[in-house]
Structure formats: C-alpha cells, structure tokens
Design a protein around this ligand. Structure first.
Ligand code: URP
Length: 384
C-alpha cells in the first residue's frame, strides 16, 4: 500500500502519459475540464513559505437570462498534525490554530468565501486508541469553546464563512461528546452546528467508544454565499445521508474526513463525486494527511499485531460538481489548500437536464422503508 512515497495520481499520469493520451485519460477520469484559477502571486508565495500546496480551479455554468451567475469560492484544507500526539493538549491545539490562521490568510488572498477544515481538526485522530485521557480533553463547546472563538475572529476579519469540525463537549446535556461541525457565518456569529450521523465500526476507527450517532438530523445552513451542509466522514458511505442534505436544499455539501489508504483510498474518488451527481449539488471531500503515532500500543480485535499508528492518511482532497466533473486532488503527502470557484447555478441547470429530483420516487421509498424497519418485516422476495 502506497504511503508517503506516492505523491498523487495526477502527478503520475502527467509524468508518464503523452499529452494527447493524458487529455483523453483526464476527460474520462475527471469529466469536463475545470479551468485553472489564476491565483495571486502573493498567495502562492505565502503558501510556499508556509510549506503547503495551493491549487485553484473553477467550474463553469451556462449563462442564464434571468439569474446572474452565483459564484462562490470554497477553500478545502488538509493538513498533518504539526506536533507529536504526546505533546500537551493545549500546545497541540494552539499549534493547529496557528497553522490554520496562516492557511486562512492565504485563502482570504485568494478570495475564498467559505472554508472547511478537516474532521476533528484540532486534534490527532486518537479514536483508534480507545483511551479516554488525554484525548477527551480536546473536546470543547461548539458554542463558545476556544476554537469557536478563534474561528469567529477569523470569520469577522476576512468576511469568510468557516466550517469547523471539532470534538464537541455538550455540557448542557450531561457533558456528552459528539463529532460535530460548527458553521460560523461571515459576520462571526455561530450559525449552527451539525453532528456526525454515522459512526464507523471498522478497522481502527473505534469512534463508537467516544460518541454516539448525531441527533440533529440533516440541517442545511443558509450562508451569505449559498446553502451548505456538512456530511462528516463515514457519512459519505451512506447515499441516504447525502440525499437528506440535498432534500433540505444543500447546494454545497462538505465532507470533512479522516481516512486511511489501506481502508478506503479506492472508494475516495467515487463516493463524494457520485453524491454530487446523484443530488445535483457540489461536494467537497477533505481528508487529513500523514501518519499519526500514539504513545501506547492498541489493537482493534482484528487479529493484527498491536501497533502505535493509525495508518497513512492520504489527503487527496477534491471538489466534485453536479455534472460529474471534478477537480484534481490535492497531494497525498502535503498540507494543502484547494481553492475552487463554483457557479451555484449549475445545480439547477443539471437538475433540469437529468431530473433526478423530479424522477426520484421518494414517496414510494418512504413507504417501503417505513415497512422495512418494522420488527415483523419480511423481505419481499419472489420465489418459484
Ligand atoms: N473518520 C471516519 O469516520 N473514518 C472512517 C473510515 C472511512 O469512512 O473511510
């Protein structure tokens, strides 16, 4: 399994394919070509100084007579944890705040309107360990914790919407923990929060030790720049989860994730992209980068030897459009900011062409699903 030795699929194709074949392969792999954004030199220099990749693309929509283009720039951030996992908690959080402050600064130079960080971005992805301390100390209030205050300041400074996925401690409800994403409006107000609906029970993803399935349904947030939703990580394997955000009107669905090559890398380019197609919306898949080591060995009851690291988080963040086209991915190895310009008019335009909303048989599925979840249900199998 490729770890940090393989930079990206795109780089490999560009290195080995002649131009004519490369164009055909890209057409098949990525759909209609996305235009490269001309990003400011100062932003490219700042990214290079800060040692993170900066890429920019734009999806186009057709001109309409009665609606102006609804262009919005989104920023997807993928990163390593800058300090070892056994560094004191506050130091780790502070280092991550400083790192994101620098990335958001560059995003602002690139005209980003909405930025989303990776899943549980203020901490190492320690849920593999099943240990409580010190990892639960990374949890904080989604309303007025230090990270939300940090995001509010950035939102106000840059007039940017921030999507901040954190480990939430809900002290109003018995101090329980949740895997949450907070949406901070460009005014700096907390617009609301959403919680991870599907909790993995696969490999070392022992997250069910820490929090339960979210209880907030599928909220969509009306921001100054468009209607957004957040489908956190493992929720991307559940087509109905994407569907419900779309039914509630999401035009952009962010998918902040933490996932490793051995488990999901071949699924990664397919799932968020398919969701964009099926739901006539934009999807933004974000994954963390690198290998995180933990102080104590752990096992996950799968016969594997006790180990101290989770595996290789392969980055490769990308944006997919309702017409099935997608940006190239960020690298598998480096921190990065992917700036993508979307014209939200494309959602309705593709809906008018393909009509999945019109042809969806929701009432029939609702009826059949309501039956299927009853304890006395028997599957409708026709036998000879
Ligand atoms: N963070 C998380 O839910 N990961 C589960 C693995 C995956 O969905 O690829």
């Amino acid at each position: 399994m490729a770890g940090s030795g393989f930079e990206s699929l795109e780089q490999c194709l560009e290195k080995h394919l002649p131009l004519a074949e490369l164009q055909e392969v890209k057409r098949l792999l990525y759909g209609k070509e996305t235009r490269k954004l001309d990003l400011p030199g100062a932003a490219l220099e700042a990214a290079s100084r800060g040692d993170f990749e900066l890429q920019g693309y734009a999806f186009e929509a057709a001109a309409e007579q009665q609606r102006r283009p609804r262009t919005v720039r989104v920023g997807l951030v993928q990163n390593r944890t800058p300090l070892p996992a056994d560094t004191p908690v506050v130091k780790q959080v502070t280092a991550l705040h400083r790192r994101m402050e620098a990335v958001v600064e560059v995003a602002a130079m690139c005209g980003v309107n909405i930025i989303c960080f990776q899943e549980a971005w203020t901490m190492p992805f320690a849920f593999c360990t099943r240990e409580k301390l010190p990892w639960t100390e990374f949890a904080e209030s989604a309303e007025d914790g230090p990270t939300i205050k940090f995001c509010q300041e950035l939102a106000r400074k840059h007039g940017m919407v921030l999507v901040s996925p954190v480990l939430e401690r809900d002290s109003d409800h018995g101090d329980v923990l949740w895997n949450t994403a907070v949406v901070v409006a460009s005014s700096g107000a907390v617009l609301g929060k959403t919680r991870k609906n599907h909790i993995p029970r696969v490999g070392d993803f022992n997250e069910s030790t820490y929090y339960m399935e979210g209880n907030l349904g599928h909220p969509v947030f009306q921001t100054q720049f468009g209607r957004i939703a957040v489908n956190i990580c493992y929720g991307r394997h559940h087509p109905l989860n994407w569907l419900m955000y779309s039914i509630n009107g999401a035009e952009i669905i962010f998918n902040p994730s933490a996932t490793i090559g051995a488990l999901s890398e071949s699924l990664w380019p397919v799932e968020a992209r398919n969701a964009a197609i099926a739901n006539h919306c934009f999807t933004c898949a974000i994954n963390r980068v690198g290998r995180e080591h933990f102080p104590n060995e752990f096992t996950s009851g799968d016969g594997k030897k006790a180990h101290r690291d989770f595996g290789y988080f392969y980055g490769s963040s990308y944006v997919a459009a309702p017409d099935g086209s997608r940006t190239p991915g960020l690298s598998r190895t480096r921190d990065g900011l992917l700036v993508t310009e979307l014209d939200l008019n494309l959602c309705r335009q593709v809906n008018d062409i393909w009509g999945f909303k019109m042809t969806g048989r929701y009432e029939m599925y609702a009826r059949e699903l309501a039956e299927a979840v009853k304890p006395d249900y028997t599957p409708k199998i026709v036998k000879e």
